[in-house]
Design a binder for this molecule. Structure first.
Ligand code: NAD
Length: 258
């Protein structure tokens, strides 16, 4: 019960990594606010938790971010933890990107963190401190074809996290980034279906074998890292980049005889 008496806001909490984290925070005693654009799934998540609230929030919109934090404070009395996690995947080579593509990717994956943190920080200060975790991706460090804008949005998130960590360390507000590899979520499953409509499960299994641990990461694996970073066990940790990739980035692409 590391989060008894704590108020936690999770963006993108209706599905995938955010949902697993919202449920894990709740199991450890937190009051949980789920902020997402998916009203039906968001309400399903909060209906099943003891002290939880769903707030329709498009994190790319500053007014929505302000409202999500205001609602958390109005209903639960304050804010201690922000898991700023909402994100979308977008595919395009640079010569084909449109203004809309860049606006959407940077709006949700980067400015979403800016707006949520802007309103969360003053509330954390009022509580004497707090913890923020922003979801980046290993794509910020090493990437693949057709995702330069996604990768850039995730790399920008790392710099933002470090800057915020510096500004608020003295006020006991810690800010860290997580960098997952392939995580089994609706986002990943949709990507696999788009690439291989008839063989999505096989493709996901193949992605799993690329990770030295032999499988892709589960949303619960990521939730456990997020809860650690937001707990008092991580009191000395701020400005950090936490890769959770089953060893993927450590692997040299060497082929050895069996
Ligand atoms: N799944 C992966 O392999 C993977 C790997 C690395 C990083 N990530 C990152 O993890 C985060 C969560 O991804 P996921 O795999 O759980 O995705 P997901 O699509 O399964 O869930 C994302 C959630 O965010 C919500 N969302 C989308 N746009 C939003 C907006 N504008 N405002 C508020 N909510 C919005 C969706 O409705 C959904 O509930 C994202 O930032 C993603 O980039 C995912």
């Amino acid at each position: 019960m590391r989060f008894a008496d704590k108020v936690v806001l999770v963006t993108g909490g209706a599905k995938g990594i955010g949902r697993a984290a919202a449920e894990a925070f709740s199991r450890e005693g937190a009051s949980v606010v789920v902020a997402d654009i998916d009203d039906a799934e968001g309400q399903n998540v909060t209906a099943a938790l003891p002290r939880a609230l769903f707030v329709h929030t498009d994190v790319a919109r500053i007014a929505d971010a302000e409202r999500a934090v205001r609602q958390a404070v109005a209903v639960f009395g304050g804010l201690d933890v922000l898991f700023s996690n909402a994100g979308i995947q977008v595919y395009s080579r640079i010569e084909d990107v449109t203004e809309e593509h860049v606006e959407r990717a940077m709006g949700i994956n980067f400015r979403g963190h800016v707006w949520m943190c802007k309103y969360a920080v003053p509330q954390m200060r009022a509580r004497g401190g707090g913890a923020i975790v922003c979801t980046s991706s290993i794509q910020a460090l090493a990437t693949q074809m057709t995702v330069p804008i996604y990768a850039a949005s995730k790399a920008a998130t790392l710099a933002l996290v470090k800057g915020m960590a510096m500004d608020y360390a003295a006020e006991n507000i810690r800010v860290n980034a997580i960098l997952p590899a392939s995580v089994d979520t609706p986002m990943l499953r949709n990507a696999a279906k788009a690439i291989a409509p008839a063989g999505a499960d096989d493709l996901i299994a193949q992605w799993g074998r690329m990770h030295p641990i032999g499988r892709i990461i589960s949303a619960d694996d990521v939730a456990r890292l997020v809860l650690f970073l937001c707990s008092s066990d991580a009191a000395a940790i701020t400005g950090g980049e936490y890769v959770i990739d089953g060893g993927l980035l450590a692997r040299l692409p060497l082929v050895m005889p069996d």
